[in-house]
Design a protein around this ligand. Structure first.
Ligand code: ATP
Ligand code: MG
Length: 382
């Protein structure tokens, strides 16, 4: 921090110097004592100090000066530095000037000339103390306000999250109730195949509820820092290739060709295997879920001396810039819709982002609307 400055203003040079000398002697190197011989010079000096971001705890000004009077100067200073404390030195007790300065410049004290040295120094010390105490208090309140705002925001987000979660659980639940009611009521009238079909709907709906609940539990654990991670050296190439094989059949159902590409034999990074699997699972399944038929999806793994990178590139609808901004939020179902009637909770990428952060990695998306999307994850190299 730059050294705070105390400004003294008086047209009588000898008095000004003796005031400066007294303050320098009393305050040592903790403060710089600057002087001005008239109001205009004082204002110019103070403007410069404020521009340089220097603390100005105190201005001491004489009242009777040619040109601008002390009370007027302090009033002007008050407009540009309202927190700076002001002391007025008056020769003959000038009640009017003091009254004006109290009213218009928030005068801290007035001291009669000739001043008593002990009295003056005590007043100056008190003023400095009070100035910094007030600042600390202001900082404390500002911090407190920031914290309250943050907490309120968090609470609001939690509330929104809860209401969306409830909404997402209500739909499948309604379906389950409807289908089970139908089976109960019409069991004797409907063919066996229809009962099986209804049971299927019930099963799928309960599975959807299960998925939502599982995601919510994951998010809660991640946010509370309770997700037990076991960060170990792990071959990203091997896991990515495993997922490509795992999803090949599902891609084929949409006539999508899923291709794995890597120049490397091994790409070892530091990651938690369970989270890593969940990340790749969501990114590769998204690429299949949102791609139309007859496209390609490329899964590439590469490394440099800092990161192991996995890219999942698709030829699907891509994402607008507005959609990209929301992509990693919670319950975000954006413009692209599943092309094969798959289920969509809108929590996958939110979890991916949290998981990547907890593994000191990164995830982002590069996309131009209509030209496919590439999701990229980077893990710290082992
Ligand atoms: N590869 C992609 N191409 C185009 N849009 C995508 C792609 N991946 C995700 N999106 C868009 O982003 C949204 C959020 O994806 P996210 O994975 O978070 O949720 P989801 O797939 O809808 O549901 P789930 O929770 O089951 O993963 C999707 O609804 C979709 O609109
Ligand atoms: Mg998803």
């Amino acid at each position: 921090m730059k050294t705070p400055v105390i400004v003294c203003v008086d047209d009588e040079k000898t008095l000004l110097w003796s005031l400066q000398a007294e303050l320098m002697h009393a305050l040592g190197n903790d403060y710089l004592i600057e002087t001005a011989e008239n109001g205009d010079d004082a204002l110019e000096l103070i403007e410069e100090l404020l521009e340089d971001g220097i603390e100005l705890p105190l201005v001491i000004s004489d009242q009777r000066m040619p040109g601008m009077k002390g009370e007027e100067l302090l009033q002007k200073i008050h407009l540009i530095a309202p927190n700076t404390l002001k002391i007025l030195l008056t020769g003959v007790a000038n009640i009017n000037a003091v009254g004006n300065a109290i009213k218009n410049a928030n005068l801290y004290r007035y001291i009669a000339k000739p001043w008593d040295q002990t009295d003056l120094l005590m007043t100056v010390r008190e003023a400095i103390h009070s100035y910094f105490q007030k600042q600390e208090l202001a900082q404390f309140y500002a911090d407190l306000e920031k914290k309250v705002a943050e907490r309120t925001q968090q609470l609001q987000e939690k509330n929104e999250f809860l209401s969306m979660a409830v909404h997402d659980l209500k739909n499948p639940l309604t379906a389950i109730q409807g289908f089970s009611e139908m089976i109960k009521r019409h069991f004797d009238d409907i063919p066996k195949e229809t009962v099986i079909e209804f049971a299927d709907h019930i099963f799928i709906s309960s599975w959807q509820m299960f998925e939502v609940i599982k995601s919510i539990l994951d998010i809660n654990a991640l946010e509370a820092g309770k997700m037990a991670l076991s960060i170990k050296k792990i071959d990203i190439r091997e896991i990515a290739e495993w997922f490509v094989n795992h999803y090949t059949e599902r891609a084929k159902a949409k006539n999508i060709i899923l291709q794995f590409q890597s120049q490397e034999e091994q790409c070892e990074a530091m990651a938690d295997e369970k989270s890593l699997r969940q990340v790749l699972d969501n990114l590769i399944s998204n690429a299949i879920k949102y791609s139309p038929h007859d496209k390609h999806i490329f899964v590439r793994v590469s490394k440099n001396d800092k990161f192991v990178r996995c890219e999942i590139q698709d030829e699907g609808p891509g994402l607008s810039e507005a959609d990209q901004e929301k992509l990693f939020g919670q319950f975000t179902r954006l413009t692209p819709k599943p092309t094969g009637d798959e289920h969509s909770t809108g929590l996958g990428l939110f979890i991916v982002k949290k998981m990547m952060e907890s593994m000191q990695g990164k995830v982002w998306c590069e996309s131009v609307l209509g030209q496919g999307a590439t999701f990229i994850v980077e893990f710290p190299v082992a």
